[in-house]
Ligand binder design. Sequence first.
Ligand code: NAD
Length: 348
Amino acid sequence: KRVGFAIVGLGRLSINQILPAFAKSESCKPVALVSGDRAKALKLAAQYGIADSNITDYAGFEKLKEMPGVDVIFIVLPNGMHREFVVRSAKMGKHILCEKPMANSVAECEEMIAACKAANVKLMIAYRQQYEPINRTLEKAVREGKIGTLRSIVASNSQDQGDPTQWRLNKKLAGGGAMPDVGIYCLNAARFLSGMEPVEVFATIVQPKDDPRFREVEARCEVIARFPNDVTATFTTAYDTHRSTFLRLEGSDGFAEMDPAFGYHGAKLRFVKLMDGKDTEMAPSIEEEDQFALEMDHMASCVTNNQQPHTAGEEGLQDQRIIEAIYRSAATGRSVKVVPPAGSTRGP
Ligand code: NAD
């Protein structure tokens, strides 16, 4: 039996990535839709074989409780709405997959985790990169010392946000600008690939006064994060540059690079390593798989086998703690210490 997903919010991500990914998933199927636009929902329901009776709007959200086949609720709404809809889902006793960033604040993340614990439901944050084979190969290679001892991480995830009226530029709905939306990929990759939690951050933000898009949120954010063992991560993220996305891990004996790094498709990985006195380049051939199908299959397997998701709510909460430290650093001009979570399984 396939695990049934209700998709909440039919924006670009749901329509262009998530719904099409069910065809590639091994164990999931879309069974319900939640949208403020009934005509759009009816059209998509017909396309994906979802019963019209399994469509509802936000006011009727609680109807999901009685709809047949809904095992998991996938929240794909603007960031500032994640808390409300995760808590409402938990109260219905449904398992939840929630898009990144988890929410707009540490307090919201803690409330979401508590609501899911109280209702005894699973909460997973959709960090698709952590389920994707090229990233997993890189994580394993670093862990096995393929580039020697990890010294530093350099990354960028930047793009141009055109429409000045979109929710991504509204602080209440987005939580911030480039940092929580696209910069979070650099941050989460640094934690995932180093296997460690940062202990201190220093950051600066740019919010151009003459650009109407950035009245409420930052256009750019530059971060230096210190990790244990003298490892550092430096990254840049922007909403006012041409698309640029790369990642480089520098080690004592070589480096690994992904360029492009954080997109839906086409990530490229190469290693450069000293061999017989000269730099040798290796590009492992790894078959690309649909990241959204992989993350949904992971959620389904956690539900079926009663296991804790690999990227549970605590993973989203820790990114949010670091993002708050980043904003504090930018506001004060000083570095800010970050306390790694108690019982963290990440090194050193
Ligand atoms: P979008 O703007 O394309 O879609 C948002 C949807 O929410 C729309 O259908 C809109 O109608 C609906 N909505 C409901 N109430 C709204 C309100 N008050 N204001 C604005 N929209 C409202 O956004 P998206 O790109 O689909 O992003 C949705 C979520 O997915 C965000 O949390 C985002 O960070 C995340 N996301 C993740 C990835 C990824 O790769 N994992 C990629 C893109 C977006």
